[in-house]
Design a binder for this molecule. Sequence first.
Ligand code: B12
Ligand code: SF4
Length: 619
Amino acid sequence: MARPKNAIWQHVNGALWTYDDKQCESVANMSEEADCMCMKNNGKERLLLVNPLAPKGAVYINPLGLQTLEGYIKSRDKTTEVTLFDFNAKGATREIFIEKINEQDIIGFSTPFGSLPHLKKILLNDPEVQQILENKSILFGGNVATAASRELFDLFGKKYSGFYILKGEGEIPLLQFIRYQRGELKLAEVPNLVWNSENSLMENPRAADDLSNFYEPPVLTDEILAAANGGGGVLFLEGLSRGCEYDCTFCYLRMLRISGVPRVRYFPPSRIIETIKCLEAKGFGDLLVRFTDENFFGGKTCEEMNYRMNQALIFAKNLERVGSHTHFGVDIRADSLFNLNDTDKLRDLRQEVWHALVKSGLIIVYIGVETFSHTQLRRYGKSLDIFTIKRSIELLRQLGIRLTIGLIIFDPLMNLPELRENIKFIEENDLLGNISSISKEMRIQRGTPYYKMANKKGITLTLNQDDLVFYDYKPEDYIDSRMSKIVSVMRWFYRLLNENNYRFPDTPAFLETLIDFPSQGSDAKKKLMIIPKQVAELELRILKYLISKMESGDPSIDKEIIRVICSEQINNITALLDFAVTIPDIPWKQYSTLVKLQGVFHSIAQCLEKEALSDLPLN
Ligand code: B12
Ligand code: SF4
């Protein structure tokens, strides 16, 4: 089968940055600095990849980036010893961490969102750790490191002379960094590297693997699989591709693009089948696999769409052939379901692919729509129209797939009519049970076109010092002044749930793990599945009250009304969960899920009884 034109791309910046050792021309060109490293390490490196503690969430999130890097390095550099340490896995203590780092040459830290407080704690406030790491190479990679390298250098670079950042995708850069450490390359030759040269920060050109020869599954350690099994039953894996063809104005992915490298690259389809086989062989075939592909099958041109649909079809058929028990979920754009540009042939193929995916275990689809307002769609650069969105939802329903629609209804450049347009669409199409959250706001990220737009409109944006990635703005910054009060209350509500660990986007998927719920509990299961709907109903009721006040000419808001609306609904949900945990014979995985959720709603109820209302920012 032919690949799309751009997939014949193989190497970046000439031969130097490919993973093929033979093509690296610079070995003969070693600097004094590199010679020195070579003598020190004697050619054999020990690399520890560390996943810091994540903020408490509904499910355990496996450190897929590090698992992927470990698989990649191990298969391409047999002399380097690689191990992975996940602070979020059971039994992972500071003491074990200290024992591990003692033996290493390079310690690579991942930087997912929310990891900064823990990284500061271990690297800046723990003298024992500091002493051990003093003369080692410390590498940061992943989300925060890519977005905020300068700030991270200010924080950590002063403490550690061997501090480096590798931006973006880590495969080729890490492989080449090891070669630097071994004395085979100069620092300036390590792609994606940010480093300190005589007090000025240097940033090397970027490179990425073309993925077409990336066969090795991510490393699936027993600790990680056990943590996934006990922590919600979800496992994140890469499926068929990396990247996205689109240009949404708020999306950060464009920052990862490298000139000359295709926007989407494809793994060999056998990789994921091998990964799933490996999972089953280890006895974890019943984990719910969430694919991280931005768009499980997308494509803009007919050629791309045809190629990607065929890849998805091969995947589905192979998965069925290996007799896998895996259930899985994918992220998708609405136009992967219904596409106005389809020829008859493509439309038939699309239908065939969706049916094949369902047959092979697809149960959940997360569909990133963001808004049901056509002016917001334009502002967000979504390249989607309302008709396509409506048809895609209908098709998913016909296929019997559970869907969550990702929404960002609130953005500081919005107006009240746009909010009403969204609510109208949600109600008309009976979507309350399928949306992640009504009150989620735009998280403005550095470097995005949305940031520039908001800046130009005079919104005051302050970089959030806890994550160094997103900009904070105030409710009063909304350009439609009627939105300010609405936003103040909705922020209060969102925070109330979030701080008590209710994860809006995760919870529907979290509840999907109840798929094997015992038959005697099937009635309760149906009710449990509608918890996200009950939360959305609650959001909607508050929102409608607020809108009515804004439109009545009397914008004063009665806290007592808000308390009554919240308490009623939260009490319904807690009663449901109190009953669910008493059902006999619930398998452990589901039981722990329910107990966690029960705890979440009980603490929300307690907050409502106690201090929560006094935090409501109203005069
Ligand atoms: C799965 C996913 C989630 C999952 C799991 C998150 C997680 N912590 O892994 C869930 C649903 C929980 C989630 C939540 C959120 N996510 Co998210 N998520 C993704 C998604 C779709 C895939 C991530 C992934 O696993 N990729 C595959 C692995 C292999 O890649 P990776 O982890 O990035 O690792 C590579 C590199 O980063 C690097 N690397 C990583 N660690 C290290 C360490 C070293 C030492 C080195 C050298 C390299 C390195 O090498 C790896 C291999 O190339 C991405 C989009 C995407 N496709 O990247 C968005 C994405 C990462 N998420 C994003 C956002 C904004 C969020 C949220 C903030 C959303 C929200 N409003 O709540 C939350 C934050 C929660 C959190 N604490 O992370 C943004 C990040 C933007 C940015 N500035 O970087 C992305 C890019 C989506 C987007 N288009 O904007 N997310
Ligand atoms: S479709 Fe999704 S991944 Fe692609 S640019 Fe838009 S938000 Fe980003």
